[in-house]
Design a protein around this ligand. Structure first.
Ligand SMILES: NC(=O)C1=CN([C@@H]2O[C@H](COP(=O)(O)OP(=O)(O)OC[C@H]3O[C@@H](n4cnc5c(N)ncnc54)[C@H](O)[C@@H]3O)[C@@H](O)[C@H]2O)C=CC1
Ligand SMILES: O=C(O)C(=O)CO
Length: 328
């Protein structure tokens, strides 16, 4: 007799090919509208599913996991970052957690470079001139930015995305530096032509551009606090395509306003969509609505990874992208 199909609940609309494949493989309940579930809907979903497929907009904390009961066996996150999931509590309840690492690395690194170039070369100001209809033609002195070739880029968090940024930055002629929880193997460091800094403080003080690419964990929360931001050179630029919580957003905003940091390119914010309104007023800041991984290809590949994790689990094995507390 064939075994019963897994009951899978997905909390957000996913790209159409992903939803179609999920319908073929699982007893899946898909979301009809593209709005995050309310807390009550999420708690109900966690109770009724064998597998929950959340996204970064769902807070899967200890209380939600405690309410889930015995049925929930796997939280197969649609996304690489798992800072919205209490992975330790899930483990204590015997619930596995998986994510979608790697498939967004190139796309997010592309967006990191786009932010670096947008801030240093003043793209939004150029766009605003064109949209105003006031452009009077080429000028030797208008909208001059800074050259990135030859500049020092410091990467905080040299994992999949950090390394993809390093490869791109080297191709743009930047000198790549990094700080990471663990130093890379010598052959990888050499292939990336990257200089390792054991001291984050010392690296931060010497960079022209700082790119934040570590996950948000208890040890990275406000890693870029007011004290460290103050170590940056006043002409330096910071970009963040990881998670907003790694930077003290209020301190950054104050320093950008005061001209103590030259510019910022942000894809992510400390309080999600509730961003510091003062950031929006600044000319030296480029803000994006968390779209680092937003390509058609990447979002489908994230869904394929979710499916592989669920299928492998259904076949009686550990999901290939299982996340355990010691990884965080
Ligand atoms: N903006 C966007 O659309 C996207 C954002 N992300 C975010 O980017 C983050 C990084 O993604 P990946 O590169 O795939 O992760 P990864 O796990 O491959 O790399 C993260 C690196 O950060 C390092 N790290 C962790 N804690 C650290 C600490 N305290 N100090 C220094 N280094 C530390 C790790 O050792 C690792 O090398 C994700 O966790 C996610 O939050 C991921 C995908 C898309
Ligand atoms: O995969 C992630 O962690 C994201 O931020 C989605 O883009």
């Amino acid at each position: 007799m064939p075994s019963a199909r897994l009951s899978v609940v997905v909390t957000r609309r996913l790209p159409e090919p992903v939803e179609t494949r999920m319908r073929e493989l699982f007893d899946v309940r898909l979301r009809e509208t593209d709005v995050p579930m309310t807390r009550e809907e999420l708690a109900r979903a966690a109770k009724e599913a064998d597998v929950l497929v959340p996204t970064l907009s769902d807070r899967i904390d200890a209380s939600l996991i405690a309410q889930a009961g015995d049925r929930l066996k796997l939280i197969a996150n649609y996304g690489a970052g798992v800072d919205h999931i209490d992975v330790g509590t899930a483990r204590q309840h015997g619930i596995l957690v998986s994510n979608t690492p790697g498939v967004s690395a190139d796309d997010t690194a592309d967006m990191t470079m786009a932010l670096i170039l947008s801030v240093t070369r003043r793209l939004p100001e150029g766009l605003a001139v064109m949209q105003s209809g006031q452009w009077g033609g080429w000028s030797p002195t208008a909208l001059l930015g800074g050259r990135i070739a030859g500049r020092r880029l410091g990467i905080l968090g040299m994992g999949r995305i950090g390394q993809a940024v390093a490869r791109r930055a080297a191709a743009f002629g930047m000198q790549v530096h990094y700080h990471n929880r663990r130093r890379l193997r010598p052959e990888i460091e050499e292939s990336l032509q990257a200089t390792y800094w054991e001291s984050l403080d010392q690296m931060v003080a010497r960079m022209d551009v700082l790119s934040i690419n570590c996950p948000h964990t208890p040890s990275t929360f406000h890693l870029m606090n007011a004290r460290r931001l103050k170590l940056m050179k006043p002409e330096a630029v910071i970009v963040n395509t990881s998670r907003g919580e790694v930077i003290d957003e209020n301190a950054l905003t104050r320093m950008l306003r005061a001209g103590e940091i030259a510019g910022a390119g942000l894809d992510v914010y400390e309080h999600g969509a509730d961003i510091n309104p003062r950031l929006r007023e600044l000319k030296n800041v480029v803000l994006l609505p968390h779209m680092g991984s937003a390509t058609v290809e990447g979002r489908i590949e994230m869904g394929e990874k979710v499916i592989i994790n669920i299928k492998t689990f259904d076949d009686g094995h550990r999901p290939p992208d299982q996340v355990v507390p010691s990884m965080l």
